[in-house]
Design a protein around this ligand. Structure first.
Ligand code: HEC
Ligand code: HEC
Length: 365
């Protein structure tokens, strides 16, 4: 009669909230918990136990998370175990860009830690939040993305021609909507910029909510995430700090980079206006613009001077003596005499032999 009890006690003791606090460091890039917790890249995690998935007020979830909640998913020990072990296989399409926790006891400890922030009052709060959330439309996708989704959902008009295209009779021509969704590059002279605008002040609000968790409030970076500001006058140092202010020659690259890739793990979630505002704010962090009312738009884009724009030169090495004086390179029969094989790779033992990476590269999970 004692044995099962002891097992249970052992199991409970294995849950260590202090150890869980350390595990939570892996979540901190995106989540906060405790007093004053705010939504970052991910929703705040107070009162998580008993929360209907996708219902923290004021946070824009992915459509799949919202749907999972509407379909009855409630966060408890069991569902959190499954989700945190492998977020993207548990919920295909979630925007939580996290690989998952491999060790069972890590999850146990983490949940013990998070449970400390789940009050008994959580359940009724959730009941109120749910209908509100339901009526809310999923996060607005940016224009080209929307088109791409439509293109993916509705069969393209060319579908009937599928398999009959081109010399190889494969595929179909891309639809206009698909091309528009992919064609988002911007040239240094501003060609390709979308309509839109945003001020430094607009950008500051977006930045502190969606970027500061990794890049720091002033672009100084948290931990080892990339630095976005500073570094002026360091380019000739042994360890130059290359930032948008100190190094990048073109503003179009900044716009394109943010629009195409950020926030990390949730790429293409920003509207064109958001990207203008964030680009303006990053310029402000680098003292490239100093007026908080400065508005970046297609119209004002070319008025910005990037500090290091003049720091790049065309590749002129062919005019350097070292290259210019060289004769044409030898392309044929260059070694005088007969070529000779001196060793075989198998003998040299440079070819991995073992299976499953036993001998070669370590296997990657
Ligand atoms: C790279 C950013 C990132 C990291 C790291 C991350 N999350 Fe998330 N998390 C998100 C995002 C974004 C969402 C919203 C997902 C959606 O709507 O599909 C989310 C959603 C969640 C949810 C659902 C909450 C709700 O209200 O429905 C839980 C629970 C959660 N995360 C826990 C964790 C824990 C615990 C960790 C650390 C082990 C972690 N996350 C690590 C970004 C992250
Ligand atoms: C979860 C962490 C995270 C968040 C949140 C995040 N970033 Fe990033 N950011 C990164 C990482 C990682 C890189 C580098 C990616 C690479 O080099 O492949 C990066 C690179 C950048 C760069 C290029 C920096 C350089 O000098 O190479 C810019 C600009 C940038 N991010 C802007 C933003 C903006 C604006 C936001 C908010 C909308 C944002 N980031 C949110 C992690 C993050």
């Amino acid at each position: 009669m004692l044995a099962p009890l002891m097992v249970a006690a052992g199991g409970a003791a294995a849950q260590d909230a202090d150890a869980g606090a350390k595990v939570f460091n892996k979540c901190k890039a995106c989540h906060t918990v405790g007093e004053g917790a705010k939504h970052r890249v991910g929703p705040e995690l107070n009162a998580l136990f008993g929360r209907v998935a996708g219902t923290a007020e004021g946070y824009k979830y992915s459509p799949v998370m919202t749907k999972a909640g509407a379909d009855g998913l409630v966060w408890d020990d069991e569902s959190l175990h499954a989700f945190l072990a492998a977020p993207r296989s548990f919920m295909k399409g979630t925007k939580m860009a996290f690989a998952g926790l491999k060790k069972q006891d890590e999850i146990d400890n983490l949940l013990a830690y998070l449970r400390n922030y789940s009050s008994e009052a959580a359940a009724p709060q959730v009941e109120e939040a749910k209908p509100e959330q339901k009526s809310e439309a999923p996060a607005p996708a940016s224009e080209p993305e929307k088109k791409a989704e439509t293109a993916a959902a509705a069969p393209a008009p060319e579908t009937t021609a599928q398999g009959t295209h081109g010399v190889l009779h494969l595929g179909r021509p891309a639809t206009e909507a698909e091309v528009a969704a992919w064609d988002i590059d911007v040239r240094p002279d501003g060609l390709g910029l979308p309509e839109g605008r945003g001020t430094v002040t607009d950008g500051e609000a977006l930045y502190s909510e969606q970027c500061a968790a990794c890049h720091g409030d002033f672009g100084e970076a948290i931990g080892r995430w990339p630095v976005l500001a500073g570094g002026q006058d360091t380019l000739t140092n042994d360890r130059p700090v290359k930032t948008i202010g100190s190094y990048w020659p073109y503003l179009s690259t900044v716009y394109d980079y943010i629009r195409r890739t950020m926030p990390f793990g949730n790429a293409r979630s920003l509207s064109d206006d958001d990207v203008y505002a964030l680009t303006a704010y990053v310029l402000y962090l680098n003292d490239v613009v100093t007026d908080e009312d400065f508005e970046l738009s297609r119209e004002t884009f070319l008025s910005v001077d990037m500090p290091n724009a003049g720091g790049f030169i065309d590749d002129d090495r062919m005019s350097e003596p070292h290259y210019a004086n060289k004769a044409d390179p030898c392309m044929k029969d260059c070694k005088p005499g007969k070529a000779e094989i001196t060793m075989h790779a198998a003998v040299l033992d440079v070819t991995p032999e073992g299976e499953d990476g036993a001998d070669g590269a370590p296997s990657i999970e």
